[in-house]
Design a protein around this ligand. Structure first.
Ligand code: SF4
Length: 343
């Protein structure tokens, strides 16, 4: 899920606390749905942040942001602990690469979403701030380093996503497989994968399913009418649905999950039609979050969806049969992933 409007967040004073998760990457991954944070130092509980990243007219833009996109960030130094672990183990997270607005919250709770297969993506999604360009060689010890980080952070639910690697013969499926097994063996934690579509490469999806993650997440990101514009010409709505359906066919015990970013111009009717399609392929879990433009070069926000409307969509999704739903402006694919999986 980049930035010409960097406003640095002041580090919170020493104290402690301890974790988090629709937008994860995975091509989109929407882990993130983008967004940068701006700060206001007016709160007794820490800093108040407003999401922006909308343009270079920082102050003006921030003033125009709706109130609900400002919130408190907890004090504490646990985010430093998370930062240090990730740094020591040379790991990449979608939290940072996608400029997730929840990073302070999640990292202060010692939760992060690991991004494997490098930090350079092969798809030009219009919403995502992850770097595009020349890809990097796979690091064979990355799965073990992810497992080590999960152990040090004490994670009981580990979310693993990736950039999209259309350049690899298997799209990176084997690396996902090894990562799931490494985490399980090292920590015993439940594992959630948030994968790209693997371009339908033969055997790729099957290999990831073989690792039996507790949750298999693949983001829909948006409604079919906007699919090409948002996800690029290599992505297809039918592939997304087909992938989620196939996971269930291969292993019905795996919970499937998907997410959409709202505010890209979708209509209410289109949204409900998409949710119905997801239920038709047996999708169990759903995340709905506000899209935020990471830089002026990315797709613009068409609308800020009010929290009450997110609540309404969440309730409707539950009534449609999704077993677990997270719907709100700050919701991202991996936001509160453990709680969603255990609900
Ligand atoms: S919501 Fe997910 S991507 Fe964002 S900070 Fe939390 S764990 Fe990271």
């Amino acid at each position: 899920m980049p930035d010409s409007f960097p406003i640095s967040l002041p580090m919170a004073p020493a104290q402690s606390s301890d974790g988090c998760s629709s937008g994860s990457c995975s091509s989109g991954g929407g882990c993130c749905g983008g967004g940068t944070v701006g700060t206001h130092d007016d709160n007794a509980h820490g800093v108040t942040i407003g999401i922006s990243g909308m343009s270079s007219k920082a102050t003006d833009e921030l003033r125009r942001l709706p109130r609900w996109l400002k919130r408190n960030v907890p004090k504490g130094n646990a985010n430093h602990f998370t930062d240090r672990v990730l740094d020591e183990l040379r790991l990449t997270t979608v939290c940072e690469e996608a400029k997730c607005p929840n990073r302070m919250e999640c990292w202060s709770q010692r939760t992060a979403t690991f991004m494997i297969l490098g930090s350079v993506c092969t798809r030009p999604c219009g919403f995502c701030s992850v770097n595009k360009g020349k890809t990097e060689a796979l690091e064979v010890d990355e799965p073990e380093r992810v497992a080590e980080a999960a152990a040090r952070l004490g994670l009981q639910h580990v979310v693993i996503t990736s950039v999209t690697r259309d350049d690899l013969p298997d799209g990176g499926a084997e690396h996902f497989f090894r990562s799931v097994l490494a985490v399980r063996e090292r920590t015993g934690a439940a594992v959630e994968v948030l994968t790209p579509d693997f371009l339908g490469k033969p055997g790729a999806l099957e290999r990831v399913v073989e690792s039996a993650p507790e949750v298999f997440n693949h983001n829909t990101e948006t409604v079919p009418r906007l699919y090409r514009e948002v996800r690029g010409r290599k992505s297809q709505y039918s592939w997304t649905l087909g992938l989620l359906k196939r996971v269930k066919e291969l292993n019905p015990a795996i919970k499937t999950k998907s997410g959409l970013m709202l505010g890209l111009g979708e209509t209410r009717e289109e949204l409900f039609d998409t949710l119905a399609d997801l239920r038709d392929v047996g999708c169990d879990m759903l995340t709905l979050g506000q899209y935020l433009q990471p830089t002026p070069e990315h797709l613009p926000v068409v609308r800020y969806v009010p929290p009450a409307e997110f609540d309404e969509y969440g309730a409707a999704a539950k009534a449609m049969g999704f077993t677990s739903v997270a719907s709100g402006p700050f919701v991202r694919s991996s936001y509160h992933a453990r709680e969603m999986a255990e609900a």
